[in-house]
Design a protein around this ligand. Structure first.
Ligand code: 3H9
Length: 696
């Protein structure tokens, strides 16, 4: 028997324990072990219990085996074999029973669980559907409607809810083994035998076409959830065996899709971002008390994120009135967190009475373990804040700036302890957005960096390491692709057409709608700041300046590229904007030309990948996967495409380079190809090869 599965006889019950840390995924060794253990149990036991060793039952199939040649026995065979067993089989769940793990439990004849367990079929989040009978057994057990809700969302279902719909038979305190054994003793004493789910009549049909249409629409280009609807439909309309066949066909199709490749890349990339070789063995500093300077939207959002994570917060504002306004803002954010189920009423009461306070003097930060500055984006202001912090904070405190583009080295130099200074670039709204760029300056110590990563984890944020440059990873790449889009507007495309083309590609929002949300005045200020040093060959989106001159700053003023009407979600197109753009083109002597959706997407992606390659070559991002995670979590790049670098690998780097060279014929300055991209193409290598170089 393999070490991945332990088998022993306890009385007349065979105990089959999956032991494949960290999450008991059903690797080849587990599948072989399960089969052998089952055969043993059937020979000598009156019933068998399947449990997981360690922190969880089974979190699913082993994702790292996907894309490789399958090895027998497959999980569907194992599940069918479990269900067909002549002795009753009970699965006792704890931790998570997900994907193939839940499918094993569904193949068992009975299911018990501890109160903290969660179950789910999250396969669609990986670009596939359940492939070991989940789409056929779950609807039989709980009905098509409830099964569709679980399978198409991929969500982790709390065990109480699972119990209420009949997915598990009993919830008990105690260890999984105790729970399972007690259940089996009861079962045997009542003379109950095997109870295969496949024997339950087919679920009543629901309006599968409506489910399919709805799921396809909300998938925004992602196909797995809608495909899952068709698999569940098969449970209603076909025999169990034919349904299994249909599930396999659909599963196999998706397994071969680029969406599966992209989503699985995203799964591993988001776990790899926090693994930095230089932090191995480095202990982070303790963080309990945090100071936040500035109570604007960003500072208040940061304070909220920290408070929800249970940290003690002192927020500094310049006067009592601003401090009170910040307190109100934070309380509003916290109340919204209660509504979203992220915070309890009790925790809110505790936060507002004890762990959150505002102050107007920096001396209130003397005991802070970490201070995050979120004041106005001005180098002189920031330097003076850091000089003050240096004189007040305890020597072991970490001093962080939330700047989105300023030079963190220069800020660190304003202190006598640059080793303790780091950038923590939050994304707005900071209590909601999951991305945190950890900007490591030249003198930042490994201990400070390790502390920042641990802090991010505490906040349940995904932290990406970035180096110092204007815009770090994300905003630097954004500025470049945004220029490509603005140039297209100058040349004849409308902002609305561009937004439509890029949401069709899968971006969460169109870039012009995003600018309206962020405020057009931000880009305007940046253009003014850079005007003196701008290369004369660079083109200027004067149409955006005209909008700002008219006070059209976006959502906050009711007008930007779009018009925002009170009480309505999203903006509507404004013909006046098109007129302003047309006038600017005429003033610049540009004859407008037309762009297709594909033209727009190719330019957007060409620019994004070109600048991303430079960001890599400059060491601002160490690995392509760091860029993927940044764009996925902070910029609305579609997860099912894996991130821009993964998308580029799948699309083919030589095609992208050839696009860039073609565009260079129109504007050689902007479209000069990144040398790294040229090298990769010349050597026939990919971004994934660079990821591997950094992890091997
Ligand atoms: C499936 O089951 C298909 C079947 O229907 C059909 C088959 C025919 N495989 O997330 P963590 C690793 S599809 C391999 O940091 P947490 C993970 O990479 C599968 N490895 O912990 C990490 O490794 P490292 C359906 C896996 O406590 C380590 O385990 N199942 C797998 O925050 C710890 O993970 C899913 O989609 C796996 N299945 O969260 C569930 N899962 O330490 C996917 C994890 O080297 N997993 N690893 O970085 C999860 O959602 C979370 O891992 C879980 C734990 C909630 C379980």
């Amino acid at each position: 028997m393999s070490n991945a599965v332990n088998y022993r006889l306890k009385g007349d019950i065979g105990i089959i324990e999956i032991s494949n840390p960290p999450v008991n995924a059903t690797s080849h060794a587990v599948r072989k072990g399960l089969l052998a253990a089952l055969e043993n149990a059937e020979q000598e036991a009156n019933a068998a219990l399947i449990v997981g060793a360690g922190r969880t039952f089974i979190a699913g199939a082993d994702i790292s085996e996907f894309g490789k040649p399958p090895k027998k026995p497959g999980l569907p065979d194992i599940c069918n074999r479990i269900e067909a067993s002549p002795i009753p089989i009970v699965a006792s769940l704890h931790g998570t029973a997900l994907g193939g793990g839940l499918e094993v439990a569904l193949a068992a004849h009975y299911r018990v669980a501890v109160p903290t367990a969660k179950v789910g079929l999250p396969e669609v989040t990986l670009g596939i559907i359940p492939g070991a009978g989940g789409t056929q057994r779950l609807p039989r057990l709980i009905g098509a409607e409830a099964a569709l809700g679980i399978i198409t969302s991929g969500r982790h279902v709390p065990i109480n809810e699972a119990y209420q719909v009949g997915l598990v038979d009993q919830i008990s305190d105690g260890t999984p083994e105790e729970n399972g054994l007690a259940f089996i003793h009861d079962l045997l004493s009542k003379g109950h035998g095997p109870r295969p789910v496949s024997g339950i009549p087919a679920p009543k049909p629901v309006d599968f076409d409506a489910w399919h249409a709805k799921t396809l629409k909300s998938g925004k280009g992602q196909i797995a959830p809608a495909t899952a609807v068709r698999a569940v439909e098969a449970a209603s309309t076909l025999s169990f065996l034919d349904g299994l066949k249909r599930e396999r066909e659909l599963f196999t199709e998706l397994m071969a899709s680029p969406q599966r490749e992209g989503l699985i890349h995203a799964f591993f990339a988001e776990r790899a971002v926090s693994k930095l070789p230089e932090l191995k063995g480095i202990d982070p500093r303790e963080i309990a008390k945090v100071g936040v300077i500035g109570g604007g939207t960003m500072g208040s959002g940061i304070a909220t994120a920290c408070l929800v994570a249970g940290l003690d917060i002192t927020l500094i504002e310049r006067d009592a009135q601003s401090a009170e306004a910040a307190r109100t803002k934070v309380e509003t954010f916290l109340k919204a967190a209660i509504k979203r189920g992220k915070l309890s009423e009790d925790a809110f009461a505790k936060i507002t009475s004890t762990t959150f306070r505002t102050a107007t003097e920096y001396t209130a930060l003397a005991e802070a373990d970490l201070v995050i500055e979120a004041v106005f984006e001005d180098m002189d202001v920031k330097k003076s804040v850091f000089a003050t912090l240096d004189s007040i904070c305890k020597p072991e405190a970490v001093l962080a700036t939330n700047t989105s583009y300023l030079d963190v080295n220069e800020i660190a130099a304003a202190t006598s302890r640059p080793q303790s200074v780091i950038g923590l670039h939050f994304f707005s709204p900071a209590h909601v957005m999951k991305l945190l760029e950890v900007v490591v300056a030249d003198a930042t110590s490994a201990e400070t960096t390790a502390t920042a990563f641990t802090f991010a984890k505490r906040l349940r944020k995904t932290a990406v390491r970035a180096g110092v440059c204007d815009g770090f990873i994300g905003n630097r790449i954004l500025a470049y692709y945004r220029t490509a889009l603005d140039n297209m507007v100058l040349d004849g495309a409308s902002p609305y057409q561009i937004d439509k083309a890029l949401t069709a590609f899968g971006m969460a929002m169109g870039p012009f709608a995003v600018s309206d949300l962020a405020g057009l005045d931000i880009g305007w200020a940046t253009r003014k700041r850079k005007a003196a040093t701008r290369d004369p060959r660079a083109r200027i989106p004067t149409f955006a300046d005209r909008l700002c001159e008219m006070g059209r700053f976006g959502q906050k003023t009711g007008r930007g590229f779009y018009i925002y009407e009170e009480g309505k979600r999203g903006g509507i197109k404004d013909p006046e904007v098109e007129e302003i753009i047309a006038k600017e083109r005429a003033a610049l002597g540009i004859t407008p030309r037309s762009f297709t959706e594909e033209d727009i997407q190719r330019r957007f992606l060409g620019a994004l990948i070109n600048e991303a390659a430079r960001v890599l070559a400059d060491g601002i991002a160490r690995r392509p996967l760091d860029i993927d995670v940044t764009l996925l979590y902070g910029y609305g790049f579609p997860r099912w495409r894996g991130g821009p670098m993964k998308w580029a690998d799948i699309a083919g780097l030589s095609g992208i380079l050839s696009d860039i060279r073609t565009f260079a014929a129109e504007d050689a300055y902007f479209w000069s190809p990144a040398p790294l991209l040229e090298h990769l193409v010349a050597e026939g290598r990919t971004f994934e090869d660079l990821n591997k170089e950094h992890t091997s």
